[in-house]
Design a protein around this ligand. Structure first.
Ligand SMILES: [Zn+2]
Length: 244
C-alpha cells in the first residue's frame, strides 16, 4: 500500500480516539540554519534570520513542528550520528532561545551508493522517501492532509507530493538553485515559493486563516500504525529517530 492509500484508512484506532493536528515538516540545513556543505561542527551553526520567530508563529497557529533532514554525511563517513544529534540539540537550543520549540526531530543517515553498509542502503527514510514522515505519524497525532513541507530542495517538494502535503519552497540554502531548476512538471505543483522561512510561515498562517471558515478538510487522513510498522519491517536496521 502506498502512502496515499494509507491516508484513506480512516478507521484505525488513533483517528477515532485522538484529535489530529496538522504539522509543518521542516527541512534543516538551508531552511532553518544557514547552509554549510555537510555541516559537522556546532560552531558552524547559524540560524537563518527570523527562523525562530517563524517557527514559533507556526506553532501558535496550531501546527506541530517536525524537523526531517537527510544527513548522508554519515553514510559518506564525514561525521557520525552523534554529530548529527549534537547539532540538532544545539539547533534546538538556539531556537528555544528565540522562543521556538520543535516537537520531533528525525534524520536519515543513509545513502544508496556512498560509504559502507549499514549506512549504504536504499532506505525508506531518505527524502523524498516517506519513512521519516511515517515515523512522525506513529509518534504524533498528525493530520497529514492539512500539513506542509518547507524546504530548499526538490527532494523536500517531492516528499510533500509523495505524502499529499502542501509544498513550500524557500529560496535560502540551495533554494534559488532549486527554483531555477524547476520545469513545467514541477513548478505548478509547488504551492508557494517564499524568500525564506519567515515568508513561508506568513503564507501558511494566512492560508489557514482564510480557510478556517471556508473549506472543510479531511481531518482523519494519516498514516496508520499498521502501515508504518509494515514499512519499518522492510528496513529493520534503519535508525531515523533523534530524540532531543
Ligand atoms: Zn535513510
Amino acid at each position: 500500500m502506498c502512502f496515499e492509500d494509507a491516508q484513506h484508512m480512516k478507521n484505525c484506532d488513533r483517528s477515532e480516539r485522538k484529535i489530529l493536528r496538522p504539522a509543518i515538516f521542516l527541512d534543516r540545513d538551508g531552511t532553518i540554519n544557514v547552509e554549510v556543505d555537510f555541516l559537522s561542527r556546532v560552531s558552524d551553526l547559524a540560524l537563518i534570520e527570523g527562523a525562530a520567530t517563524a517557527i514559533s508563529r507556526l506553532a501558535q497557529a496550531g501546527f506541530l513542528i517536525v524537523v526531517v533532514t537527510n544527513q548522508s554525511g554519515v553514510a559518506r563517513g564525514y561525521f557520525d550520528e552523534h554529530t548529527v544529534k549534537s547539532i540538532n540539540s544545539a539547533l534546538a537550543h538556539m531556537l528555544e532561545q528565540g522562543g521556538a520549540r520543535v516537537d520531533a526531530w528525525y534524520y536519515c543517515p543513509h545513502h544508496p551508493e556512498a560509504g559502507y553498509p549499514p549506512y549504504r542502503t536504499e532506505c525508506s527514510c531518505r527524502k523524498p522517501a516517506t519513512g521519516m514522515v511515517e515515523q512522525a505519524c506513529q509518534d504524533l497525532d498528525i493530520d497529514i492532509a492539512s500539513s506542509f513541507v518547507i524546504g530548499d530542495s526538490l527532494r523536500d517538494m517531492e516528499l510533500a507530493w509523495n505524502c499529499g502535503m502542501g509544498a513550500v519552497l524557500v529560496k535560502t540554502g540551495h533554494g534559488t538553485r532549486t527554483f531555477h531548476g524547476l520545469d513545467q512538471n514541477t513548478a505548478p505543483r509547488i504551492d508557494f515559493v517564499a524568500t525564506d522561512i519567515t515568508e513561508a510561515s506568513e503564507w501558511i498562517c494566512r492560508r489557514v486563516e482564510n480557510r478556517k471558515n471556508k473549506i472543510p478538510h479531511d481531518s482523519n487522513a494519516q498514516f496508520s500504525k499498521k502501515e508504518a510498522a509494515k514499512v519499518q519491517g522492510e528496513d529493520p536496521d534503519h535508525k531515523t529517530k533523534c530524540h532531543r
